[in-house]
Design a protein around this ligand. Structure first.
Ligand code: C2E
Ligand code: CA
Ligand code: CA
Length: 777
């Protein structure tokens, strides 16, 4: 028996041994699997019947412990994911189908984050009860990759957004604030700030930052003193504080204390040259939060800020240059307009008036011409600080160009107050200016315009300055060195002027402008050698307007340029037509007036050249009439322009000669061909001996300079006889003909040609009085 029993026992034992071996194999096998199989009871808690031993490797918790304690699983779940851990419970309540895998985070015993994918099906246990049969997969690595991808995408998005803001030129503050907001959107960042370095050292000032909840009211006043971590950031070296609890070298700025910050990353925002603008930093309440990629991200953001900051600086510099007069350093007209607009707006708010003074130096031209441009510049440079000294805080002075200055006085009580300010400013010119060692006494004409508080429209600043300008012109007219206040009558005139300007703009296109021509007669023979083109405006309501009624407006508004071009072209075409009509006669000349503004344009010669090419007129038959005022504006510009015109082969006449002052001084400097003696001298011929003496002197001088002389405004036969006697070359005036429409000139030319053919010894058209009606059309 015994051997048999022993044998049986041995075989049972062997069977047993086999069983034990296969159990161990299975467990080995399971332990090798990259997954943790489990069987768990149905229910909201995790009652494990079995869970693979590998779970210990993942969570640091032995399988037996989990089986023994049903609450342990939930305790190790990430607080935010606990509800997901209990998914099975909800699944069995709400759905029968195979539930999808659920992913959630667990915290291992040593504090690591472990991502698990949990997939299970509801089945039956051997005892017939319902159980979950499932597998847990460790997906921590996959999640880390996904997370990195998401972070990278988010960072790239943030960088793109920031770069866009920098490109569209957002304001500096807005851009810095955008940078901190974007940085704070990056996963794990709770706070972000920009600190600005102060010039000449001192603590870094907080320029932008996420608002600290429930606390600091004005975070912009916060600073980070020396020794703080941001103060230690050097250019190009990011600074990482992995854990503030263990940080010994660096100090956290007071401003950041109390925010629960554990780790920080800071990078420099480069500035101009070696200096850097400041620091951009981000902070997390978790330790060790920032890695190389975060550093890269933050450095890129700081790079964008640095670029924008530099450009902003350059923009500011450019703005300064564009808005200031280089000679005096004063604001220019553009900036002055801005200041006036701002003063009007704040005057409306505070209920005070705003006054603008328009200053023009009297006889500045004289200084420039007699002492040279440098002396003129010195004078302007010396005027600027004198004006500045008269200003009250908040007032401003600007140079408009040339010898014109503007003063803005804000918070003015009323007109009297404004006049007092103007008087004080005018008085500041009483002391002499020393130019090249010599004292010069300078006076100034001042126009004053003020605006009472009221709603402000867009162009109010411009009109206020324009009104002051108009008042200044009045001061000049009234004899200079005085103050004129813009008043109601001037206002009406200004408004009328604006209306004229508006209509004149349209007049060219509507073909409302026409040319009349006045014959120029050769003396003593009396033949018509040329005509002067004189513009008229056939106004739809006001009838035929003489140039005096619209040329000044055209000059002021710049409309004289298109009008002038039209006149030149029209006159050339017309005189060509007359030349072709009379192939046997001496080709007729045409004179065209050029205003100061036209001559001042750098392209004046080009414009005339274009007209000659387009029309095909021989330049020798075109005469350009220029008045002395042109020469007085700025002789440098006029000299160049007149030289260029002369080079075209056109003739140049000095018009209205004798009305300007020191005119003789200009004559030899310019290549004039002829000189037109002003009507005011011709008027006195035959009655006033001085007039005769002056005209005789002018004719004599013109001879010396080999210039032709034209007597203008000849109305009587006495005047004609005097001019003939003095040896004047040409005459023009009502005695011969008024300015006439072209068809009447055609008739006149035909009559003159006929008369000359039959009675060659007689002056052709002397004296032919044009019918009075022709000038009053
Ligand atoms: P201006 O160049 O001195 O032209 C001569 C002016 O004297 C003309 O006046 C003419 O009608 C007038 N006149 C001619 N003979 C007599 C006379 O015997 N007695 C009197 N009392 N006056 C006479 P108008 O046509 O009214 O032109 C006035 C000014 O307007 C011109 O003076 C000229 O400076 C300017 N102007 C006329 N047309 C143009 C133009 O196309 N362009 C420019 N820039 N200015 C022009
Ligand atoms: Ca003229
Ligand atoms: Ca004239």
């Amino acid at each position: 028996m015994r051997p048999r029993f022993a044998c049986l026992k041995r075989s049972v034992f062997r069977v047993d041994e086999r069983l034990v071996t296969s159990q161990a194999d299975l467990e080995d096998l399971l332990a090798e699997l990259p997954a943790v199989p489990y069987i768990a009871d149905q229910g909201s808690q995790m009652r494990w019947r079995h869970i693979g031993p590998r779970i210990e490797g993942l969570l640091g918790v032995p399988a037996e412990e989990l089986v023994a304690d049903p609450e342990l699983w939930a305790a190790h779940a990430h607080p935010d994911d606990r509800h997901r851990v209990q998914w099975r419970h909800h699944m069995t309540l709400f759905c029968d189908s195979e539930p999808p895998a659920v992913e959630y985070r667990m915290i291992s015993r040593d504090g690591r984050l472990v991502w698990l994918a949990d997939r299970a099906v509801l089945g039956e246990a051997s005892d017939g009860s319902k159980v979950w049969k499932g597998v847990l997969h460790d997906i921590t690595d996959r999640k880390a990759v996904e997370h990195d991808l998401e972070r990278t995408a988010a960072r790239q998005g943030a960088i793109a957004q920031l770069a866009e803001g920098a490109l569209v030129g957002s304001g500096a503050d807005a851009l810095l604030q955008a940078a901190v907001s974007l940085a704070a959107k990056i996963d794990g960042v709770e706070q972000s700030f920009v600190w600005e370095r102060q010039e000449g050292g001192g603590p870094l000032m907080l320029r932008a930052g996420l608002r600290v909840e429930g606390g600091i009211s004005d975070w912009r006043l916060l600073s980070a003193g020396p020794g703080t971590h941001v103060a230690s950031v050097g250019a190009g070296e990011p600074l990482v504080v992995a854990d503030w609890d263990r940080e010994t070298r660096l100090v956290m700025p007071d401003a950041l204390k109390g925010l629960g910050i554990r780790s920080s990353l800071a990078v420099a925002i480069e500035g101009d040259g070696d200096s850097h603008f400041g620091v951009l930093d981000v902070h997390s309440t978790s330790p060790g939060r920032f890695d190389a990629e975060d550093t890269h991200f933050l450095s890129t953001a700081a790079g964008i800020l640095a670029g924008a900051q530099r450009r902003h600086g350059a923009d500011e510099e450019l703005r300064q240059q564009v808005l200031h007069d280089p000679l005096t350093g004063l604001p220019n007209r553009g900036l002055f307009e801005e200041s006036v607009a701002a003063a009007l707006a704040s005057g409306f708010a505070s209920g005070t008036s705003v006054a603008v003074l328009f200053l023009d130096i009297d006889r500045f031209k004289l200084i420039n011409d007699s002492l040279g441009h440098h002396a003129g510049d010195d004078l302007l440079s010396a005027i600027a600080p004198r004006l500045r000294r008269q200003l009250r805080p908040g007032d401003s002075v600007a140079r408009f160009g040339g010898d014109e200055f503007g003063v803005l006085a804000h918070e003015v009580g009323g007109d009297e107050d404004a006049v007092r300010i103007a008087e004080r400013i005018a008085a500041s010119f009483e002391a002499p200016f020393v130019l090249e060692g010599v004292e010069h006494f300078i006076t100034v004409s001042v126009g004053l315009a003020s605006a009472a508080p009221g709603p402000v429209a867009d162009d109010d600043a411009v009109s206020l300055i324009r009104n002051a300008d108009a008042a200044m012109y009045r001061a000049k007219d009234q004899g200079r060195a005085r103050i004129e206040v813009f008043d109601h009558a001037m206002k009406t005139r200004a408004i009328e002027r604006l209306a004229v300007e508006r209509e004149l703009r349209l007049a060219i296109d509507r073909e409302e402008l026409i040319l009349h021509y006045q014959p120029i007669i050769a003396l003593p023979g009396g033949s018509i050698t040329g005509v002067e083109a004189l513009v008229r405006w056939r106004h739809p309501q006001r009838g035929l307007l003489q140039p005096g009624e619209f040329i000044p407006v055209a000059e002021e508004s710049g409309l004289i340029e298109p009008i002038g071009r039209w006149v030149q072209e029209q006159a050339c075409l017309q005189v060509l037509a007359w030349q072709q009509l009379r192939p046997d006669a001496r080709p007729l000349d045409v004179s065209v007036n050029l205003s100061a503004r036209q001559v001042a344009r750098p392209d004046v010669a080009q414009t005339v050249a274009d007209v000659l090419v387009r029309t095909g007129l021989d330049p020798g038959h075109l005469c350009l009439e220029i008045t002395e005022t042109v020469l007085m504006e700025d002789s440098g510009v006029a000299e160049t322009a007149i030289g260029a015109l002369h080079a075209l082969g056109v003739r140049i006449a000095l018009d209205d000669f004798g009305t300007g002052y020191s005119s003789l001084a200009y004559l030899h400097r310019f290549p004039f061909d002829s000189l037109k003696i002003d009507r005011s001298f011709i008027e006195g011929l035959g009655t006033e001996p001085e007039a005769e003496a002056i005209v005789a002197a002018i004719v004599g001088m013109a001879r010396a300079l080999s210039l032709d002389v034209v007597g203008e405004g000849v109305e009587t036969t006495e005047q004609l006889a005097e001019l003939n006697g003095l040896g004047c070359d040409f005459a023009q005036g009502y005695l011969f003909a008024r300015p006439l429409p072209p068809e009447e000139i055609t008739g006149l030319l035909a009559a003159a040609d006929e008369a000359a053919a039959y009675v060659p010894e007689r002056p052709a058209i002397v004296p032919v009085m044009a019918p009075p009606s022709s000038n009053t059309v």
